[in-house]
Design a protein around this ligand. Structure first.
Ligand SMILES: C[S@@+](CC[C@H](N)C(=O)[O-])C[C@H]1O[C@@H](n2cnc3c(N)ncnc32)[C@H](O)[C@@H]1O
Length: 238
C-alpha cells in the first residue's frame, strides 16, 4: 500500500486530530495499519481486525475466488482457522445463501470473527468444537492455516513477527503440520463430493497435495501470479 493510501485511510479513520496523532505514532512504531485503524479491506468487505489478531492478506482473496467457483447453491461452508473471519465474511457477502460455521483456537480471533460473520464462531482446536450433527454435511471447507516453516519465522517482516500471534503463523518444521491435520479430518465432515481448499505456498504445494491424497482426497494445486497465491483443492470421492 502506498504512503498516500495509508494517509487517506488514517484520515478517514481518525475521530479527531488527537486520535490521528496517536494513530500516526503507532504506525511509525511499526504497528500494521490494519491494527491501528481497526479494520482491513478484504474482497471489498471491511473486516474488523483487533490488535493481536492475524491481518487478512490480499493474496487470500484467491482462495475466496476458488471457493466461490465451487460452491453449490445454498452451500454449507466451514471456515477453519478463521482468524478475524475474513474468508467466511467475503463468501457470505458474495453468496448470501451460504450457511457458515467458523472455528479458531485463539479467543482474540474468535471475538473478532464474531463481529465480522453473522454465523456461529466456535472456539477450539480445528474440528473439536463443532456440533456433531454437522458431520457429513459440509459442502466446502476453506482454511488459511498457519503455514510458515518454524525455521523461517525470523525472516518474516516485523509487522508479522511483532504484532501477529505465533499461533497464526507457525506451521511447524515444514509448515504443513496444521494443513495435514485439517486434511486428515476433512472427509468426516464433508458431504460426498465435498471440497477442501487450503492456502499454501508454491514451494509447499506438492507436499500439500500428497497430504490431501493420504487423507483420501483427490487433490490438485492451483496458483495465481497476480495474487501471488497458491491453493490446494481436494475433493472427497463420490
Ligand atoms: C494464517 S491465520 C489465518 C486467519 C484467517 N483465516 C485469514 O485468512 O485472515 C491462521 C489462523 O489459524 C488459527 N489457528 C492456528 N492453529 C489452530 C488450531 N489448531 N485450531 C483452530 N485455529 C487455529 C490462528 O489462531 C489464526 O487465527
Amino acid at each position: 500500500m502506498s504512503a498516500a493510501d495509508e494517509a487517506a485511510i488514517l484520515l478517514e479513520s481518525a475521530a479527531s486530530i488527537a486520535d490521528l496523532e496517536r494513530m500516526v505514532d503507532r504506525r511509525l512504531n511499526g504497528e500494521p495499519i490494519e491494527h491501528v485503524v481497526g479494520w482491513a479491506e478484504f474482497c471489498g468487505v471491511h473486516i474488523a481486525v483487533q490488535p493481536g489478531v492475524f491481518v487478512p492478506r490480499r493474496r487470500t482473496e484467491f482462495l475466496v475466488e476458488q471457493a466461490l467457483a465451487l460452491l453449490p447453491p445454498k452451500a454449507v461452508v466451514l471456515d477453519l482457522c478463521c482468524g478475524a473471519g475474513a474468508i467466511g465474511a467475503a463468501l457470505r457477502a458474495r453468496s448470501p445463501r451460504v450457511t457458515l460455521h467458523a472455528v479458531d483456537v485463539d479467543p482474540a480471533a474468535v471475538a473478532c470473527a464474531r463481529k465480522n460473520v453473522h454465523a456461529p464462531v466456535y472456539e477450539g482446536d480445528l474440528y473439536a468444537p463443532l456440533p456433531p450433527p454437522l458431520h457429513g454435511t459440509v459442502d466446502v471447507i476453506v482454511a488459511n492455516v498457519p503455514y510458515v516453516p518454524t525455521g523461517e519465522l525470523p525472516l518474516l517482516p516485523s509487522e508479522a513477527r511483532d504484532y501477529e500471534p505465533l499461533i497464526s503463523l507457525d506451521g511447524g518444521a515444514d509448515g504443513l503440520d496444521v494443513l495435514r491435520r485439517v486434511a486428515a479430518g476433512a472427509p468426516e465432515w464433508l458431504v460426498r463430493g465435498g471440497r477442501l481448499l487450503i492456502e499454501t505456498s508454491e514451494e509447499q504445494a506438492a507436499a500439500a497435495v500428497r497430504a490431501f491424497e493420504s487423507s483420501g482426497l483427490c487433490a490438485r494445486a492451483t496458483s495465481d501470479d497476480e495474487f501471488g497465491a497458491t491453493v490446494v483443492i481436494g475433493t472427497t470421492h463420490e
